[in-house]
Design a protein around this ligand. Structure first.
Ligand code: SF4
Length: 543
């Protein structure tokens, strides 16, 4: 098959905060050296527009923004919804919300800001574009594979387009171009599909496997007078059992608009774990019911969160490549924050790439400086202190975990064993019947079903294309999986993509919101998420 090729100096896969920070800092350094015009930098983004596939809570620690853009980053136009004002942490039972007397140190948010990350990356895109033609931001360009020459990454292959539903080449078939790059930066976010391929092929996995939670978020407009802009709640407890890590948030973006969401860990063992339903149940708690009553759901969405932290980091560099941000497991789960670490990792990557280009050496020997400087930065300090956080909760359960993780935090991160091990999410699923005892009913005006959630995510895919969700053995769905687990994919997918119909698996791929839960939580490892060829997916602008 003849493919077009395009040579660039640097290819960044994914236009999230880490890669946009990388591109900005790289361009800045090259410009200072008078060398920007001699290099070609390209960002490829699978969404229709930058920000479309970006979903986060989000409270941002602004220190990395100041480091990247200067202390006046807000005056430069970066969109911020509110400064964090009053903050509270609650423990929930089914009927009560008990306010904690103090805020656990990792959850203190004084000085931080409430943002829509999709708006922030849109603004960052403009900052990057201000460097002119040396940087190309190519939207609607999903990267489907990594190009390798031995152990050297040599770029990425864009998705083939124009296949029919059955996979055959249609009349308008076009093979995806090969973008050949001297350095490729993987900043795809949580469970990046190219990062997964590369980690598997080159054996780059960390000390621990990565573990994830699935977050479900909604934005609501509510009557004024219930919260003030900047109010922050976090909750633990109901409706999760003690065996499952997770919790919720409510961030007041204004006096009448709130971001609410719930993150459920995927290693709780229950084959019927349904993060979307857990979010809906949580909304029926009296605390949330009172808040949302008479309000209007504006948007909804889901994504996974890489929770493993320091010991789950894949090797971050090699010949011709770097891995940044969430793809590199740099999220601080104790603080529920990863934007600042993603930005900082991107900045460090940008500086190291500039040095590599100027020295005309893109080997691992030079790119290793990224890892060295990450370890010398506050990113390491922050993540090192909570390096066993998530594993402790997994080992001890939520109630005891709070005590042990708090103790480990006070001791600088070390407790009993170091590192504390953890199991892969898929291996944690216990045999059982995923469909047993599910009795949740939608309550109009408060809770929604998954298809309504897809509508509010704005997610759509062209129907006449092959499914981008691959199941290696669909016979397994009707036989072993049905018997041993009761088809957990019908539960864990927040978008009702997987449906057993008359004993056979039906994949409603058009609903997919690209959260990646299925790629992680399927107990047999037969589901693979790949990029769709039509640039489909959610429309998360404002989320
Ligand atoms: Fe998420 Fe997979 Fe469902 Fe898509 S199909 S919404 S990636 S769980």
């Amino acid at each position: 098959m003849e493919r077009d090729t395009m040579p660039v100096d640097v290819l960044l896969v994914g236009a999230g905060p880490a890669n946009l920070a990388c591109a900005y800092r790289l361009a800045q350094v090259l410009q200072e050296k008078g060398k920007l015009d001699e290099h070609v930098i390209m960002i490829v983004e699978k969404g229709r527009e930058v920000g479309d596939h970006i979903l986060s809570g989000a409270i941002m620690d602004p220190k990395a923004m100041s480091e990247l853009f200067g202390d006046d980053w807000r005056a430069q136009g970066c969109p911020v919804d509110a400064d964090v004002a009053e903050e509270s942490v609650f423990t929930l039972t089914a009927t009560k919300a008990r306010k904690m007397a103090f805020i656990p140190p990792p959850l203190k948010n004084h000085g931080n800001v409430i943002v829509s990350l999709s708006h922030v990356v849109r603004w960052m895109k403009e900052k990057v574009e201000a460097f002119g033609d040396a940087i190309m931001i190519a939207e609607e360009q999903p990267a489907a594979d990594v190009l390798l020459d031995g152990e050297r990454v040599t770029g990425a292959r864009l998705v083939d387009r124009g296949r029919e539903k059955d996979g055959a080449e249609g009349a308008a078939f076009e093979p995806g171009a090969d973008i050949e790059a001297r350095i490729t930066v993987l900043g795809e976010g949580s469970r990046g599909s190219l990062t997964k391929i590369l980690v598997d092929k080159l054996g780059l996995g960390g000390t621990n496997p990565q573990v994830y939670g699935t977050g479900v978020k909604e934005i609501w407009d509510i009557p004024e007078g219930r919260v003030t802009a900047g109010t922050v709640w976090h909750t633990a407890g109901w409706p999760l059992p003690d065996t499952t890590y997770g919790g919720s948030w409510m961030y007041a973006m204004s006096d009448s608009r709130v971001s609410v969401g719930f993150v459920t860990a995927l290693d709780g063992g229950d084959p019927g774990c349904d993060p979307f339903e857990i979010m809906q149940r949580w909304k029926t708690h009296p605390q949330l019911r009172t808040l949302l009553d008479g309000g209007t759901l504006v948007k909804s969405g889901s994504k996974t969160v890489p929770e493993g932290g320091w010991w789950s980091r894949p090797k971050s560099f090699g010949d011709g490549f770097l891995i940044v941000g969430d793809s590199g497991s740099l999220l601080n789960i104790a603080r529920l924050k990863g934007i600042h670490t993603a930005l900082r990792s991107g900045m460090i990557a940008g500086e190291v790439i500039a040095e590599a280009l100027l020295a005309d050496d893109t080997s691992a020997g030079v790119l290793e400086r990224y890892e060295e400087r990450l370890r010398a930065s506050w990113v390491k300090d922050e993540l090192w202190r909570v390096r066993n956080w998530r594993q402790i909760f997994s080992a001890k359960g939520f109630k005891k975990g709070k005590l042990f993780a708090g103790l480990a935090w006070a001791l600088g991160g070390k407790i009993l064993k170091d590192p504390v091990p953890i199991h892969d999410d898929a291996q944690s699923v216990s045999p059982g019947d995923a469909s047993a005892g599910r009795d949740f009913k939608v309550e109009e005006g408060l809770t929604i079903d998954k298809v309504t959630g897809v509508f509010h995510a704005g997610s759509i895919h062209e129907e006449n294309q092959p499914s981008h969700l691959l199941i290696a053995d669909t016979d397994l769905c009707a036989s072993r999986c049905a018997e041993e687990y009761g088809n957990p994919c019908e539960r864990f997918c927040p978008a009702a993509v997987y449906e057993m119909v008359d004993g056979a698996m039906q994949i409603n791929f058009s609903n997919c919101v690209h959260c990646k839960t299925c790629d992680i939580a399927d107990p047999y490892g037969v589901i693979t998420w790949t990029v769709p060829e039509d640039n489909g997916g959610p429309r998360y602008l404002g989320m």
